[in-house]
Write a protein that binds this ligand. Structure first.
Ligand code: 3PG
Length: 211
């Protein structure tokens, strides 16, 4: 199965902010127990690279990637640590080219027609739509999918249990991103059962919507 097919099958790529290395593996296992096999570890904390490395070694069933990648140096670090994919809030051409040359899936943010055309010209078929709630949500994605029918969107930012079905129900949405299944406080509280329950509920909504 290709990376794109795996992302579609999962339907969700949780956005994870980890402040403590020791939380990485339990969180990966909690998400997996809830049926989610993707994690985007954001490069916003000191320990992000180490967390990716630990998860890729200890929980190989989880497809762990690096998020909030702003430049090519961060991308190189992430890949060296075992990141299986790269997500960026916007398009950094050097990062996209490096990823493509190394066969690493890369999903940069693109919300305007011009940015989406840029992504297409770089050879991409999937873009992150961020921050989804601010840039028009599913209404904007529907409008953009008319001229850009070949593009798949990963809406992130403001996605929740309440609007998950609206996004997932659209054919141009390959999956959603979001932090609601593993909120910062739940991770800090080590509330793994809650995270597993939120993950399982998200998976249930995705399955029911697609059925
Ligand atoms: C992010 O990169 O922070 C994501 O957009 C997460 O957004 P959310 O917290 O609204 O899910």
């Amino acid at each position: 199965m290709s990376f794109s097919e795996k992302v579609f099958e999962a339907g969700i790529v949780p956005v994870v902010v980890l402040n403590n290395v020791e939380d990485a593996v339990p969180l990966a296992r909690a998400l997996l127990k809830g049926g989610i096999c993707f994690m985007e570890i954001t490069f916003r904390t000191e320990c992000a690279a180490e967390c990716i490395s630990l998860i890729s070694k200890e929980v190989p069933e989880v497809i762990v990637g690096a998020g909030t990648i702003l430049n090519v140096d961060q991308a190189k670090t992430a890949v060296e640590c075992g990141a299986k994919f790269i997500v960026s809030p916007g398009i950094d051409e050097e990062t996209v080219r490096l990823a493509i040359e190394n066969d690493i899936p890369v999903i940069p943010g693109a919300v305007t027609p011009t940015e989406i055309m840029k992504a297409i010209s770089l050879g991409l078929k999937t873009v992150k739509f961020f921050p989804a709630d601010v840039y028009g949500g599913i209404k904007a994605i529907k409008a953009l999918s008319a001229p850009f029918g070949q593009v798949k969107f990963l809406p992130t930012g403001g996605v929740s249990e309440a609007n998950l079905a609206d996004f997932i129900g659209n054919k141009s949405v390959c999956a959603v991103g979001g932090s609601w299944v593993c909120k910062k406080d739940d991770v800090l509280d080590h509330d793994w059962d809650k995270i597993t329950a939120l993950a399982a509920n998200a998976v249930k909504i995705i399955k029911e919507t697609r059925a």
